[in-house]
Every structure is written in C-alpha cells, then in structure tokens.
Design a protein around this ligand. Structure first.
Ligand code: CDP
Length: 783
C-alpha cells in the first residue's frame, strides 16, 4: 500500500526531473516576451574611487542603444539607494563614489543583448582612485580609510553583537585546568550556482501591473520589498506579480536584492516594455554577495581529563561595503551562537563585530542557516585542538562530552533549545562503518614508515527551520510558512506552498507529505510554488527551512482536510463521526473494514453529496509558525593520505552519518547530502576569494576559483540514524545544508591529524598543496 501511495519514507523518483533531464526546464533566461529590451551593466574597475564624470554620448550613438542610466538619473526617482535585508542601505547606482571593484556604475538598455554590451564598453567614466581598505581588522583601526561616507557614524564599524555570560565565562577560564586557543580564518567564498542571477521585468502601463520573472529564493518577500521601495512610483503590492520559475541553484546567493533587478524593473516601468537582465559568469562571481569571511579567535576551557567547560569566541565579520546579509533581523551574526555544538558547555560567551571594507557585500548564508558553517567549523576544529593538547583520541573526547540523549530537549548555554539528538549513536555508526580502530592502527604503522595518513571527525549540530516568528523576522516580516491544498472532485490535488525549490525536489517531497496524510497517490498531486499571484504568502527557501516550516504547514493543511473528510465519510457511511477511523489510507467504520470510503470517493462527495449545511469543497490553508527550530546532526569521518612530494591531500574515504529526523524521501535526502558534502569539500581544499591591497579580486573566474569537479570529488559513503523532531508535525528536520556545514571540519581535522606528529595544530582552509608542502619542507619531511 505504502509504495502505491508514494508517501513518507519512499524513494519516489523526482517528478521535476522529467523536464530537467529533457532540457525543458523553464529558467528566467528562457522567458522571452514580445518587444523585450536588454539591459547590461557597466562596472567599476576600482575598489574605491570618486566618479568625476560619466560620458554616455558614445554609447548613446550606437544604433540600438536606447538609454543609458546613471546614478544621477535615479535621484529624481529616489531609487539611487535601496534597503538591504539587514536594514543597511546599498547603492543601486553611485552618484559620486564607488566602493568596490565590479560595483554597478551605469546601465545600458538596448534592443539586443550584445548591443547593450557594446554600449557598456563605450561608456567613459573618469575616476579618481581613493585609498582602499580590504582587511576588516585594519578597517576597524582608528584612522582607517572610511568606506561609508554616507553614514553618520564616521568609522567602519557596523555593529557589535554578543551573547552569553561574559563574567562567568572569564571566571571559568581563569579557574580552568586546561585552556586551548585557536585563531581561524574562514575565507570568502562564492556560491557559484550553475545559473547566474537574472530578471525579466514587464510593466503593463495600461493595467499598472508589474510582472517580474526573477531568480529569487523568496518571491513574496521580494514583492513586499518592491512595493515598499517603489510604492512612490505607483507600484502597489496587488499590482506586482513575482514569479520564480525554475532556479538553477540558489544556496543563499539568490536571497539578496541586486542592483540589476532594480534597474531592470525601473527600465521597464519607464519604457512600458519588458526588460531582461541576465548576469554573466564573471559578474556573478565578482559582484554578487559573498559568504563567510570570518576572522575568529576561539578558546576552550576544560578539565585535564577532557571534560569541556567553557567556550569564548571573538569574531570580526567582513561584510564588504554594504551589510547585505540575509540574516533574521534579531541576529546580525546569524545563528553563530550554535557554536557550542554537540557539547554541554556550562559557560560561554560569543562576540562578533561587523566591519565595512572595499569589497562586494558579504554575509550571505551559503548553504547554511545563517553562519552555522562558521560555528560548526570552529567548535569541531577546537575539539581536535583540545584532543591534541591533552593527548586523547578525538573520537573518545567527543563521546566523553556529548550532550546525552536523555538530556533532550536540551537548553544550550547560549539560549537554544535543541529538540532531539543522539550524538553518540551517530558517531559510533560512523566509526563502525569506516573501521575506526583499524584505521588508527594503520596510521600508527604508516607513521613509523614516514607515510602521512590522517583521520578527521566532525560531530556537528545544525539549527534549521527559521523560524518561530517570536524570534525570527526579515525586515520586520515574521518568519512562518504556508501551504494551500485543494482536492478536486475527481480526487486530484493541487498544493501551493510559500517556499521555492532551487533544485531540492519540492514538487516530489511535498506531494509525498500530502499523499501520506490524505491517502492519495503522489502521482495525482501537483505541487506549485514561486508565483506570488497564486501561492500563499511565505518567506521562501533558504537555511533548510522548507521542510521544517512549509513541510509542517503542508501536513497541517492536509490534516484540516482530513478532519472535514471524516465528517463527509460519516455522512456517506451513515455512521457517527466518532465511530469513523483513518486506517490504511481510508476512512472506515471502526472494526468494520468493509465499510470504508477512500479520499477520492469523499472528494467527489464534497462537491456532489456533502451533508446538508456543510460548505462544499475540500480545501485548506495553513500558515505554520513552528514552536521551535529543528536540530539535525551528524558525524562525519574522513581519511586522507598526503603526498610528501606535492603536498596534495587525497581523500581516501569519507563516511557521513546524518540524522534529519523522519525522512520524507531517502533518495532525495541522499542527493542533498552528496551535493552538500561536495560543497563542504570545496572550501576545505579548494575555494577562496582574496583581494590584493588595491581591492582587485583574485579569483574572478573558474581558472582561479577552484570549484571541485567530479575528478576531485571522492566517493561519499552515507549512512543514517533517525531521531524524529518531537515538535514537527511529521517529525522531520531540515537536511539540505547539513553536509556543507559538517564536512569542512572533518577534512581539515584529517589533514591536521596527518601532520600532528610534526607539531601542526591548525591550517587555515583552503588547505592547498602549497600550504601543506611548506609545512613538509619546514619540517624536513618533504620528498
Ligand atoms: O529548504 P530546503 O528545501 O533547501 O531544505 P530541506 O527542507 O532540508 O529539504 C531539502 C530536500 O530534502 C527537500 O526536497 C525535502 O523535502 C527533502 N527532505 C526529506 O525528504 N526529508 C527530510 N527529513 C528533510 C528534507
């Protein structure tokens, strides 16, 4: 029965793949409207410069170039600045100063994409270069070059945020038997989704209606932002329709609003003609929001026997020229205070200072729940530093300290209430799967022969599902999510949800939730998202929130339908509703299985033969405000071999044990973990974006910015434990980001473990061959 329905726990094949594998996906760049114009953007070659003049005459002389827009043109429209999601403001186009390399300077509207590009090349801008600050630590020093002259506050400090008991933590450190300290830099990285950002804006001057096809992870929030920012131009929310069609990867990078979106909308409103803007790859990697860029100083206090007691963390966060992170308003450093991880610290204190620099806006939650990757990396590295200090096996140290399964729901010292967990079980399964004890023996033998082999563990705790609306909002909009379900007379179903897949398979998994709740086969259930004219209001998909929040809404909306269906079943079966039970995906009279009605029969009756006095139809809506977040977790073990000649790190094995509570679709979850692990491998060994002292980006193309390909990606071995969330309607926790959060520390810990006998305690990621080779040379062990 379960297989026919395709309900929860079934590896139903992804419905959306029918179009994707045939090349029939419908992405923003596939949208072609009659009379559509094209927009391209001129960008600054300087990281900080005064604009003395912009000469647009040569561009305007090109046949087919219809307009050139500069910052000064936007002033009368009050559109030269726009708000960011973190209550900062960001230039749409500058009127006098540019603040980072590749910042938007002017836009060209033309009849063809390539004519627009010719127009961009013909714009002449006279710049006066200004001093540049790229290092956030220097940016916070007195006398540093001021990045944001527009602010009243005349320094580069954005905000200070702290959480925990400072005095208590300081005392715990003063009294501690062992203290370890580690400075870590988690470099800037870039999302690099296959599809870049883009928009087609189409303003109908007669109806006064704006339709926007856009690469956004949060269409409803964008609609509200457009109404708030451009309301004075006559754009009211009921006349704005935002459509996110298929999206080729978002990973957080498609949450912010980019100037190109605003310019295309502005150009369409002014001309009354559709305008398309599609970023090219170089623009995407140079100018879109970045992730990470955290300078962390972390300390852990413990007893000599390894009992962890206190954690103290100080961080400087580089946010570039505008604080355009997409964090919930209350948490400027995201959910970084999950940093106590899987351990029951008694005292902790965390502080973060945000800094402006002459770099593109940073701070997006790249496949993590707002700074959770930074937190997990820090604690899982620090635990290994402690293990080395007290000469204890890192697996044993973790097992000794884990929050025990009996302690859940567990209130962390930094304020979170973990819903459920069994960390020891996950680590034990990972150790058994990989053969941990044997590997340690092999390592000891190899070390005697001078061979370099390392084993690294990461036992991370995640925090996903923003959010309980009492704590979570973005720009004041409370974070909840929604589902609307309509059962048609013939028993076929339309589900509309407030989130938006970027490749995660929602059309399949949300159908599975409804299939399970209503007993209707998943093939008969259509799931639609991403159109603000039809979907109920939701906050979108990022931070693995779809399943924890919209998944809850979907289950509850389906249960509301089941409640009504029960009354119709009682009517059809001529029984008292109290005598009706839901069993084997049908309603039946208790104890009389032959007297039953399927949901399809009930659906037909809901329109043709419902009880007198009851409203016709079978549909429900739910706006779900979760009582808490969900806390997925996992234990990863990585084995590396290091080449003593080249310093190249080879991942020999990687076992990932994940626990995301009840699994809706095991195949999709495994796919999420494979992708996430590869995105965790990337910053551990390959990816980083640096800037030279003049603010020139180093790594603005895929020759310099090393995305791992199939060649670099090892064979991921996965396993699972299942610890349901006690508060989620179906017991599910999010999973989309777990692997990206957990993997980097396992890999870094494995490399450090391979080199620990040489006195190595830490290597900043990415751990490149030349960093390793230098260590080998410095220690006289290079071949
Ligand atoms: O918000 P996002 O979709 O990125 O993340 P998610 O909620 O963790 O879900 C990623 C995909 O995995 C979706 O298709 C989920 O429905 C599916 N999933 C699942 O099948 N079982 C879970 N316990 C969690 C997610």
């Amino acid at each position: 029965m379960a297989i026919a329905i395709g309900g929860i726990g079934q590896s139903v094949k992804r419905k959306e793949d029918a179009r994707f594998i045939r090349g029939r996906g419908n992405y923003v760049d596939d949208v072609k409207l009659p009379g559509m114009l094209y927009l391209d953007i001129a960008r600054s070659p300087y990281a900080h410069a005064r604009i003395k003049s912009i000469d647009t005459s040569k561009a305007l002389a090109i046949p087919g170039v219809l307009a050139v827009i500069t910052g000064k043109d936007l002033v009368p429209l009050k559109l030269e600045w726009m708000p960011t999601l973190m209550s900062d403001r960001q230039m749409v186009l500058p009127t006098d100063t540019v603040l980072y390399q590749a910042q938007e300077v002017a836009a060209v509207v033309a009849t063809e994409r390539y004519i627009a590009a010719d127009g961009v090349a013909a714009i002449e801008v006279d710049y006066e270069p200004l001093p540049v600050v790229v290092d956030p630590i220097k940016a916070l020093q007195p006398g540093a070059t001021l990045v944001r002259e527009d602010r009243e506050q005349k320094d580069n400090h954005i905000w200070h945020w702290e959480v925990g008991d400072k005095a208590g933590t300081d005392k715990a450190f003063a009294d501690a038997e062992v203290v370890v300290k580690q400075d870590l830099y988690i470099p800037r990285i870039h999302v690099s989704s296959i599809e870049t950002c883009g928009i087609v804006a189409s303003f109908d001057k007669i109806e006064g209606k704006l339709t926007v096809y856009m690469t956004t992870q949060a269409p409803h929030a964008i609609r509200t932002v457009i109404a708030l920012v451009a309301g004075h131009l006559g754009l009211a929310e009921h006349k704005i329709r935002v459509i996110s069609p298929d999206i080729g990867g978002g990973f957080g990078g498609k949450v912010p609003v980019y100037p190109g979106y605003v310019l295309a909308i502005g150009a369409s409103v002014l001309t009354g003609v559709p305008v398309k803007w599609i970023e090219d790859r170089a623009e995407n990697i140079q100018a879109d929001s970045f992730a990470r860029d955290y300078h962390i100083s972390a300390e852990l206090a413990a007893k000599k026997d390894g009992t962890m007691q206190a954690l103290r963390v100080k961080t400087i966060a580089d946010h570039g020229a505008f604080d355009a992170a997409a964090n919930p308003s209350k948490y400027p450093a995201g959910l970084f205070h999950i940093i106590t991880g899987s351990y029951p610290f008694q005292k902790s204190f965390v502080e973060v200072d945000g800094a402006y620099t002459n770099k593109p806006p940073g701070g997006i939650a790249y496949r993590c729940s707002f700074r959770v990757t930074e937190a997990a990396f820090t604690i899982e590295r620090l635990v290994d530093v402690l293990a080395l200090e007290i000469k204890k096996d890192p697996a044993e140290l973790r097992m000794q300290n884990f929050i025990p399964p009996t302690a859940f729901p567990y209130k962390s010292v930094l304020g979170w209430e973990y819903d459920s967990g069994d960390y020891g079980r996950a680590l034990k399964l990972a150790m058994d799967t990989i053969g941990y004890a044997e590997l340690r023996k092999e390592q000891a033998e190899k070390r005697k022969r001078g061979e370099l082999m390392g084993i690294g563990i990461s036992s991370f705790t995640e925090i996903v599902g923003a959010g309980p609306s009492k704590d979570f909002d973005i720009l004041g909009i409370k974070m909840f999510d929604s589902a609307e379900i309509r059962v048609h007379p013939t028993g076929k179903v339309m589900v509309r949800i407030g989130v938006k897949s970027q490749g995660q398979g929602h059309e399949t998994t949300f159908g599975q939730i409804v299939a399970e709740e209503l007993g209707i086969p998943v093939a008969d259930i259509a799931v639609e998202e991403g159109d603000t004219d039809t979907a109920p209001y939701g906050l979108g998909t990022y931070a693995s929130r779809s399943t924890p929040v919209a998944g809850g809404a979907t289950a509850i909306a389906a249960r509301k339908i089941r409640e009504k269906a029960k009354l119709i079943a009682a009517h059809l079966l001529e029984a008292n509703p109290d005598d009706i039970e839901w069993k084997d995906y049908k309603f039946q009279v208790k104890g009389v299985p032959t007297k039953s009605k399927t949901m399809q029969e009930i659906a037909f009756a809901a329109y043709t033969n419902h009880p007198q006095g009851m409203e016709a139809g079978l549909e429900a809506v739910d706006y779900y405000d979760p009582p808490n977040l969900t806390f997925p977790f996992g234990s990863y073990i990585c084995v590396v071999d290091i080449d003593r000649g080249t310093g190249v790190v080879k991942i020999r094995r990687f076992v990932a044990v994940d626990d995301c509570g009840t699994i809706i679709n095991p195949m999709i979850v495994e796919g999420q973990i494979h992708g996430g692990l590869t995105m965790g491998l990337a910053p551990a060994l390959y990816e980083e974006i640096n800037y030279d002292k003049d603010g020139n980006i180093q790594g603005s193309n895929f020759m310099d910015y090393l995305l791992p390909t199939a060649m670099e990606t090892p064979n991921w071995e996965t396993a699972k434990t299942t610890t349901p969330s006690p508060h989620h309607p179906i017991g599910a926790k999010g999973v989309g980001e777990s692997a990206t959060v957990g993997a980097p520390a396992a890999i870094a810990n494995a490399v450090v473990d391979a080199l620990a006998h040489l006195g190595v305690r830490h290597i900043d990621i990415p751990i490149t061959p030349w960093k390793v080779q230098k260590i080998l040379k410095d220690n006289g062990v290079a071949e």
